[in-house]
Design a protein around this ligand. Structure first.
Ligand SMILES: Nc1nc2c(c(=O)[nH]1)N[C@H]1C(S)=C(S)[C@@H](COP(=O)(O)O)O[C@H]1N2
Ligand SMILES: [Mo]
Length: 261
């Protein structure tokens, strides 16, 4: 029979405790690693969404992104306004980014008319004179491009909501989306209805109090401060309304469809 020295017994207990804790730590580490691997493996092998409107993300990932989008849409609805600045802070040399669909040699702004597709059989045509006759709204805000630059810019034109009311298109706004594209259809944006009708969303025909230049989307471009630059379509040719997501140039190439700020 061993004689247990109370002092010695205590030391053994401490040693055992350390070993037990080391074991628990490693076991936890391996269990978590296994879980992380399983999760990744599950996601990696999960089916992809149908390629088309958005670019082939795994279905569970897209579902999570859509849930996040719904959360932010609820959270930042209607009365959330984008910060504005005094005119004196607006850039005089306004940055030019990409010009996809806005560099068409065959496009003649003189003959331009905006087409609003009201139904399969009805198209509303609006010219610049008619647009300029509507109340003008100006905004100075921080324009943000997903590529990492931003600039305080000054734009002027007709609020989209004013345009909708004036041309009695309110019944079309019960639909979920607005689609806009260049006259040649080469660049398109899809917008959720709340953002399109947001009080700071403008069909712009002026920049720094001057008519729009071609590189900035003459004769008419979209200014939608609640979204990243990619949604601010230059040179609007056609506007559509739908319950399905309209085609969107950058969403098709993997960018977030909502692209909200
Ligand atoms: N037609 C068209 N509109 C467009 C683009 C484009 O390539 N083509 N680029 C978008 C992007 S990514 C940005 S950041 C802004 C840039 O507008 P700006 O060149 O007037 O600064 O326009 C947006 N609208
Ligand atoms: Mo951009």
């Amino acid at each position: 029979m061993e004689i247990i020295d109370p002092k010695n017994k205590k030391e053994i207990t401490v040693d055992q405790k350390i070993r037990r804790r080391t074991f628990i730590s490693f076991a936890t580490f391996f269990a978590l690693s296994a879980a992380a691997y399983e999760g990744w493996d599950w996601l990696y092998h999960a089916p992809s969404e149908t390629n088309g409107i958005t670019a082939r993300a795994r279905k569970p990932l897209r579902a999570a992104m859509n849930k996040t989008e719904i959360f932010f849409r609820k959270f930042f609805s209607d009365n959330h306004l984008v910060k504005t600045y005094p005119k004196s802070m607006a850039a005089q040399k306004v940055r030019v980014n990409s010009n996809i669909g806005n560099d068409d040699k065959n496009f003649n702004p003189e003959n331009w008319e905006l087409s609003v597709i009201k139904s399969t059989s009805e198209v509303l045509k609006v010219n610049m004179e008619a647009l300029k006759a509507l109340p003008k709204t100006e905004i100075v805000f921080d324009f943000k491009c997903v590529e990492g630059w931003d600039q305080i810019q000054h734009w002027g034109g007709v609020r989209f909501i004013d345009f909708i009311k004036h041309y009695k298109l309110v019944n079309l706004t019960t639909m979920k989306y607005v689609g806009m594209e260049t006259p040649n259809g080469k660049y398109q944006v899809g917008l959720d209805m709340e953002s399109a009708l947001h009080p700071q969303t403008i069909l712009a025909y002026e920049m720094n109090d001057q008519p729009l230049q071609t590189v900035h989307g003459a004769p008419l471009r979209l200014i939608i401060p609640v979204k990243y630059g990619i949604k601010n379509l230059k040179c609007i040719g056609k506007i559509t309304f739908s319950d399905q997501r309209p085609p969107d140039y950058w969403a098709k190439r993997g960018y977030d469809y909502y692209s909200g700020l």
